[in-house]
Design a protein around this ligand. Structure first.
Ligand SMILES: C[S@@+](CC[C@H](N)C(=O)[O-])C[C@H]1O[C@@H](n2cnc3c(N)ncnc32)[C@H](O)[C@@H]1O
Length: 402
């Protein structure tokens, strides 16, 4: 993301719910002395009028309007207003992404105010933002006894979060909604997720003390029944083995090619909140199922591309790792994956047919790597006894691109 031209400097001044009077003398001077002041309408209305000052509300939609706004004020200094700490889920982060030269003058963040009211140390809680995003992001963070602070989108977010927690095994969690923090109308309401009926103000942060028996593990190899599937699922032990070799790391991108139920891509994203997945799946029903699984398992930002590899892979951002769970014999798939992956990237391919095995043997001869044959047997009732039920053996080729 970059704009064609940018201001000489954008000073982003954080402002609290106590408004202009709550700013430090130097911040007030910055705001009043600006020739151009950007901000949300609510923030701009908090500042006393200044003759000759241009006040420009943020464009809507922001993503398409911001490059135009930056270009329009190219070569000029600008001051912008933002709530709390502009680098906490705030506009300063977005401006930086667009290449603007940003200087930040923070106020106290709503996260700090919420922690202060709850008596929660920085080290004892995690922060999740659902501002303009799916509330299901909260689910990845849930574990018994964990403390979460959720940045809400609006007044309905607390009820949505309570309902989600309840339907995901975390209904016993205690919620405290902290509204209008730092203003004269600051208010705090508490209750349990399963019986939530409180009314919340538009500006709120939700403090959650997680309790219940939902799914909490971040380890690869969740139980198969954690996923909705039609049988096209990389089973638990094979999934764990594949992910061990795919080696998810913060900020990295996986292509899950022929994603089926999406389980590998979903577990890749559960490894760290900054891990990303593009799941490519040609069957529309399965593509819709992948999206549902991603929501249910707390990684709603997983991107589903409905299409067939290799053509569906064209134009995608180069990945750090690729998993091919099926369909490796289709012409061009393996070659495209081998060439698309970044240097240092990992490729893992699973096959159960002789045709795929032949292909993988050749790939191993050409490129090296590691070939493993994995046969999993599970104990199950045989009459009144217990015997081994074998699953189809899988040949796995794992390769690290030099
Ligand atoms: C886009 S984020 C910006 C956060 C901001 N940068 C900060 O440091 O507080 C907006 C989130 O902060 C919350 N928020 C902002 N001001 C608040 C306040 N005074 N009381 C409670 N929540 C507030 C909003 O409800 C929303 O969840």
């Amino acid at each position: 993301m970059s704009a064609t031209g940018v201001p000489t400097e954008v000073v982003v001044v954080g402002i609290g719910a106590d408004g202009f009077s709550g700013l430090s003398p130097s911040s007030r001077e910055l705001v009043l002395g600006a020739a151009v002041l950007w901000g949300g309408s609510r923030h701009l209305s908090l500042v006393p009028s200044v003759p000759g000052q241009s006040r420009i509300p943020w464009p809507s939609p922001l993503a398409s309007g911001l490059p135009r706004l930056l270009a329009e004020y190219a070569g000029r200094p600008v001051v912008a207003l933002a709530s709390g700490d502009p680098l906490v889920s705030g506009i300063a982060t977005t401006l930086l992404e667009y290449g603007a030269p940003v200087r930040v003058v923070p106020a106290v963040s709503s996260v700090s105010l919420a922690r202060a009211r709850m008596g929660w140390s920085f080290e004892s809680c995690a922060v999740v933002t659902v501002v303009g995003r799916s509330v299901s992001r909260v689910l990845r963070e849930c574990a018994p006894g964990r403390r979460l602070l959720v940045l809400s989108s609006n007044a309905s977010t607390p009820a949505e979060v309570a309902s989600l927690l309840t339907s995901s095994g975390w209904g016993a969690s205690k919620l405290t909604v902290l509204g209008d923090l730092g203003s004269s109308s600051e208010a705090l309401v508490s209750g349990h997720a399963s019986s939530w009926s409180e009314v919340s103000p538009a500006l709120n942060v939700i403090a959650i003390e997680v309790s219940g028996n939902g799914l909490a593990s971040w380890a690869a190899g969740l139980p198969d029944d954690a996923f909705e599937h039609d049988g096209q699922l990389t089973k638990r032990d094979l999934r764990a083995s594949a992910l061990a070799r795919l080696m998810p790391a913060p900020g990295q991108l996986l292509w899950d090619a022929g994603a089926g139920a999406g389980s590998v891509g979903i577990e890749w994203m559960r490894a760290h909140p900054t891990c990303r997945t593009v799941a490519v799946e040609s069957d529309p029903e399965r593509a819709a199922r992948i999206a549902r699984n991603a929501q249910a398992l707390g990684v709603p930002d997983l991107e589903v591309v409905e299409g067939r590899a290799p053509s569906a892979l064209a134009g995608l951002e180069a990945p750090d790792a690729i998993f091919i769970g099926g369909g490796a014999t289709r012409e061009g798939v393996l070659e495209t994956c081998v060439s698309s992956i970044k240097p240092g990237g990992r490729l893992v391919v699973h096959g159960v047919t002789l045709e795929t095995e032949t292909l993988l043997a050749k790939a191993y001869a050409d490129h090296g790597g590691e070939v493993t044959r994995i046969a999993v047997e599970t104990a199950a009732p045989v009459g009144t006894f217990t015997g081994w039920t074998p699953a189809r053996a899988v040949t796995q080729w794992a390769w690290l691109k030099p």
